[in-house]
Write a protein that binds this ligand. Sequence first.
Ligand code: KG4
Ligand code: ZN
Length: 381
Amino acid sequence: MMIDTLKPLANAPENGSSDTSRTFTVLGIETSCDETAAAVVRGTGSGPGEILSNVIRSQVAEHAEFGGVVPEIAARAHIDILDGIVASAMRDADVRWENIDAVAATAGPGLIGGVIVGLLTARAIAAAANKPLVAVNHLEGHALTARLTDGLAFPYLLLLVSGGHTQFLMVNGVGDYRRIGTTIDDAIGEAFDKTAKLLGLSYPGGPAVEAAAKSGDASRFPLPRPMLDRAGVDMSFAGLKTAVRTAAYNSAPLSDQAVSDLCAAFQQAVADVVHEKSRRALDIFCEDHPGKPPVLVVAGGVAANSAIRERLTELARETGARLVAPPHALCTDNAAMIGWVGVERLRLGPVDDSRVGPRPRWPLDSRADALLGSGRKGAKA
Ligand code: KG4
Ligand code: ZN
């Protein structure tokens, strides 16, 4: 398998414009973690796209007893069901292969076994149907979802919060992303998952912590707001998770109410940090894009969290920025966002990614990662 260098994959046309005069229909495939997904999306004009089908099979049941995703089990499950999921997506969309303009698949970042299954399946389908293959950065899928759902124009500020990433990015165009801040340790989703695990809640942790927090008193356990005393928009969540561990240890054995109170306190601490850091990131956006209306997009699995959404809604009210938060089902991993990147890439000109290999680590802004000497969060997206 040919593996190319980690350059961005935007196929920008010479005049830099995007062809919105044509309609593009793309089959998307997503297998980078524990969801096996396929979808058909269509882009017409410059407005929102159309999701013709969106099939997702979560592997939560397969991984639950291990308290987290087991890469080998995930890869095997993708192999077992991906063909059927693709067939369902094509059937639900009621389109024929001749109506499809390209096959797009996640090529990274993510768990290597799953990425290989999805990318090779997509390559085989593309070859058999004589269609171009688009190798998609999973993070780009999250980054451009707001254009699929809301037809949002560039530029905008993106807060990407998932199981493996917590970043602020300036989204200036397709393939043009500048990271201005990141977590220096755990991603927010990772902190939710680890907090859930140490409190004995089910996997995946984010929704479990949110559910428990609903009946909790956030003021019972005072927790820190990490990095708020430091300038800039970088974040840190490992210390917060440790503070939860210490509080849990000191109150053991934990009643159900104590678990709920700890979840509420943790969630509120995270939401406070996100609120303040997002305010600062919006200031940077306004400095960088004078005269442009400030727009904040929140994407990734953690964007499904209602407490975080509420604080960001407050921030939008306070600052006059527009907040765009895609529907929950399009915040967590799905193939519609991958197909949509395919549409966006086709609009820029012909694509042929048939020689692109899987990329377990693939930062959206490789310059920022080079500066940090990192890219350390490659396992999940
Ligand atoms: O984007 P995503 O579906 O998968 C990748 O990591 O790419 O994000 C999954 C992460 C997990 O850590 C999960 O616990 C978290 O998103 N998550 C949530 C919620 N729903 C999912 N975190 C907090 N609250 C939620 N409601
Ligand atoms: Zn994701």
